[in-house]
Design a protein around this ligand. Structure first.
Ligand SMILES: [Zn+2]
Length: 435
């Protein structure tokens, strides 16, 4: 008797240890139940026509703006954007209104977003200068996030003693500390300077928040981490200096990981001339040398994860003058297309892509049964076609803010189908019409 699966992906090329093998995949109850060369029978059978099958991407760095800022993004739009971009799991940041800085606020947020979320999710907890008791009590958070430099929202940890206490508690709880590493005082100093010089344009953002501010914050955090021995994950490392400090520390110490974002990999400060505030984010777009160093770190394994830092704002908010406009760009729908283009152009291997976007985030944030295509793992899968083509068009975006710094970019490679827990994501009709 042949067993029948709920769904069979026939003739797919699942990736395993960087290699592709032709296999039929049997899926039932949201799980991968068979990976075989044998013929499988299913209630539904999809012929994958020998296209590459990747594990669903895990984006450990998103801002879906709930509660308090749902005019920028909400979970219905944000998780559709994730799925459209091949991302089947998101970990959301705590800098909302109010911020997720107590156990109760985190649980309230979980209840609120659960109803809207179309993909898997986890929530980061926010550290403040004095919420140590709450941090000790919190359960089920993806990490504790520390803002060493201010960005959207009010979260900021200023003192070394507070950092040390947070790291100590995290160590005891075996919790990852995720760090936004920009030194607040340097940022303030330089921002005031460019204000006085009336440099009112996003092209000066890299001057306002210089590489030095990133480096000094990373060094400070690493010095404390050396004492406390907790796990530390540096978010959106953007400079040659920052990456080189982290690279050295990784060789000597342990528990150190880091992330790069697509915007720092695919844009530089030169793009701010045309993008204006649509290219304003923290940390800022950097120089070509910084970009080159980041790519090197992506390819030699120094960068562990790529996270979108999806941080949408409305077009009206971005059209304010530079000093007033908020920092952040959307990225959920463009990350995988950009990376597939890099693979097609041999700037990146598919093996590294899957490590950084699937395997490593699952390992770093202890997400079980995800990040690999294995029997018994969740059937979160992305079918891609490297020979296809993607054009980024604002009018087709699912994100509520409906703009992208990569507008009109023409990319090699295409996301064909996305499955979350064995269910196929339905693209919007306009997008389908283009296929
Ligand atoms: Zn962020």
């Amino acid at each position: 008797m042949n067993k029948t699966f709920e769904l069979v992906l026939k003739n797919s090329l699942p990736i395993r240890k960087g290699q592709f093998f032709k296999r039929n995949i049997g899926i039932s109850n949201g799980k991968i139940m068979a990976i075989t060369e044998e013929e499988l029978f299913g209630d539904k059978v999809i012929d994958c026509k020998q296209k590459m099958l990747l594990p669903g991407l895990i984006d450990s760095h998103v801002h879906l703006r709930v509660p308090g800022m749902s005019h920028k993004e909400d979970w219905a739009h944000g998780t559709r954007a994730a799925l459209a971009g091949g991302i089947t799991t998101v970990l959301d940041m705590p800098n909302t209104l109010p911020p997720a800085t107590t156990r109760q606020l985190l649980e309230e947020k979980r209840e609120a977003v659960k109803k809207e979320a179309l993909c898997n999710f986890g929530l980061h907890f926010g550290a403040t200068n004095d919420n140590f008791a709450e941090l000790k009590r919190v359960e089920g958070a993806a990490s504790v996030k520390v803002f060493m430099g201010s960005s959207t929202g009010s979260l900021l940890v200023r003192s070394e003693s507070a950092l040390k206490r947070i790291f100590e508690i995290a160590k005891k709880k075996n919790m990852v500390v995720t760090v936004h590493a920009e030194d607040e005082e340097i940022v303030q100093l330089n921002t005031n300077k460019i204000k006085q010089e009336n440099k009112n344009h996003a092209k000066y953002h890299n001057e306002a928040r210089p590489a030095f501010a990133e480096r000094i914050a990373i060094e400070k955090a690493l010095m404390i981490q050396k004492e406390t021995g907790n796990k530390i994950h540096f978010l959106h490392v953007s400079t040659e200096e920052g990456i080189s400090v982290i690279s050295d520390a990784k060789k000597q110490g342990s528990g150190i990981t880091c992330e790069a974002t697509p915007h720092h990999l695919f844009l530089t400060e030169e793009d701010t001339e045309a993008l204006g505030n649509f290219g304003k984010m923290n940390p800022p777009l950097r120089t070509r040398e910084d970009q080159k160093a980041l790519w090197k770190a992506v390819n030699n394994g120094t960068v562990d994860c790529i996270g979108t830092d999806h941080a949408p704002h409305t077009i009206e908010e971005k059209e304010k003058d530079y000093f007033e406009a908020p920092s952040g760009v959307p990225g959920l729908e463009t990350m995988l297309p950009l990376l597939l283009d890099a693979v097609a152009k041999e700037k990146l291997t598919m093996a590294r892509l899957v490590e950084m976007c699937c395997e490593n985030p699952a390992r770093i944030f202890s997400i079980s049964e995800k990040g690999l295509i294995l029997n018994g793992f969740d059937a979160d899968l992305v079918l891609v076609d490297l020979a296809g083509e993607t054009i980024i068009l604002n009018e087709l975006l699912e994100t509520k803010c409906r703009w992208s710094p990569f507008y009109k970019w023409k990319l090699k490679g295409k996301i064909e189908k996305v499955f979350v827990s064995g269910k196929e994501f339905e693209k919007n009709k306009k997008k389908e019409a283009l296929d």
